[in-house]
Design a protein around this ligand. Structure first.
Ligand code: NAD
Ligand code: TYD
Length: 349
């Protein structure tokens, strides 16, 4: 089988490429990535010479280029990871999020219609459901929870999901959608909470926690996400949406303290800074459907996953130090330089 994986030079896409090459070496993977600031060819170096793998530098908004590739490769499956993925950047500049996440998705699906396809899979997010209140731990996101987005990022992802539904209903495109909770693991760009805190802690730099740090995210080890997508593209039902999450809810402040503990760094590095605009309070997935229908369950416990992840960042300093020392410095200054340090007391753990 031939599988086009878009966004395969990013965090989850690259982990998916590795998972597929290991799990299904008989399949051919064609990775499409335009290598934005978040895409890194270095990440894919272990598969670049693999005969079952091809890398194509291509923007998913480039209709002509995408059609040409489909004509050449005649893929059986397309898995679309390519996206602008960082909420804080979407607050600064929403436009590129609309272009890549919505227009790019439509170009890919048009190519699927034109050249025929066995399956188009859209990698979406639990953020399309908006957020849940902190004082209602009994509430979870189900597949039929109404879409109710907060940030330009989640709105662009929700718009893409709606478009996928429209292509399925209108043109009969064989689609599936997965909506996963927050991922962590190797190769995550150090602008996201966990790798940012690891990198800063190792450099004894302040750990910028937004507001009080009481917001809750439902963390899943990236390989468990890859395994779920692999099951959906091979065994999932066309036209369906699958939630993916491991019932592992944690407050941001507790994650940051855990990282300090692992690295032997003092909590005094923690700096409470101006909150994110429109900050979602709590995400929590109900993964019953994918468990019942496809037998998926997360395999990595958070305690093991976070240990492995921290160890990976310790063992692969060069990978992220290159990022942190480059253009990223300007981003960091721009995004964090203006945040006021709140002088309120740190909340009780
Ligand atoms: P990422 O930012 O690490 O990687 C995105 C990749 O897409 C990069 O390699 C980038 O170069 C590429 N890309 C961006 N615009 C492109 C374009 N126009 N054409 C071709 N390639 C382009 O993102 P990630 O964290 O790996 O997320 C991957 C997908 O999973 C996204 O669709 C995201 O919405 C979704 N998701 C992420 C999480 C999470 O916790 N990170 C959770 C649920 C869902
Ligand atoms: P992030 O990793 O950006 O993922 P998302 O916003 O998609 O959930 O952020 C995770 C949580 O961590 C979120 O509640 C915002 C918070 N956060 C901080 O407190 N400080 C930071 O520097 C960053 C990047 C995030």
């Amino acid at each position: 089988m031939k599988i086009i994986v878009t966004g395969g030079a990013g965090f989850i896409g690259s982990n998916f490429v590795f998972y597929e090459r290991k799990r299904h070496p008989e399949d051919r993977i064609i990775c499409v990535d335009s290598l934005t600031y978040a895409g890194n060819l270095e990440t894919l170096k272990s598969v670049l010479d693999d005969p079952g793998f091809r890398f194509v530098k291509l923007d998913i908004r480039d209709r002509e280029g995408v059609y040409k590739l489909f004509e050449e490769e005649k893929p059986d499956i397309v898995v679309n990871f390519a996206a602008e993925s960082h909420v804080d950047r979407s607050i600064e500049n929403p436009t590129i999020f609309l272009e890549t996440n919505i227009i790019g998705t439509s170009v890919l699906m048009d190519a699927c219609r034109k050249y025929g396809i066995g399956r188009y899979h859209q990698v979406s997010t639990d953020e399309v459901y908006g957020d849940l209140p902190l004082d209602r731990p009994d509430l979870f996101f189900h597949e039929d929870t109404p879409i109710h987005t907060s940030s330009p990022y989640s709105t662009s992802k929700a718009s893409a999901d709606l478009l996928v539904g429209a292509y399925h209903r209108t043109y009969g495109l064989p689609t599936t959608i997965s909506r996963c909770s927050n991922n962590y693991g190797p190769y995550q760009f150090p602008e996201k909470l966990i790798p940012l805190m690891i990198a800063n802690a190792l450099a004894d730099k302040p750990l910028p926690v937004y507001g009080e740090g009481l917001n809750v995210r439902d963390w899943l080890y990236v390989e468990d996400h890859c395994k779920a997508i692999d099951l959906i593209i091979r065994k999932g039902t066309v036209g369906e949406i699958y939630n993916i999450g491991g019932h592992n809810e944690m407050r941001n402040i507790d994650i940051v303290k855990l990282i300090c503990d692992y690295l032997g760094k003092p909590y005094s590095l923690i700096e409470h800074v101006t909150d994110r605009k429109g900050h979602d309070q709590r995400y929590a997935i109900d993964p019953t459907k994918i468990h019942k229908e496809l037998g998926w369950l997360p395999e990595t416990k958070f305690a093991d996953g976070i240990r492995k992840t921290i160890q990976w960042y310790l063992d692969n300093k060069e990978w992220w130090e290159n990022i942190v020392s480059g253009e990223y410095q300007n981003y960091y200054k721009k995004m964090y330089g203006n945040r006021e340090v709140l002088d309120g007391k740190e909340p009780e753990a």
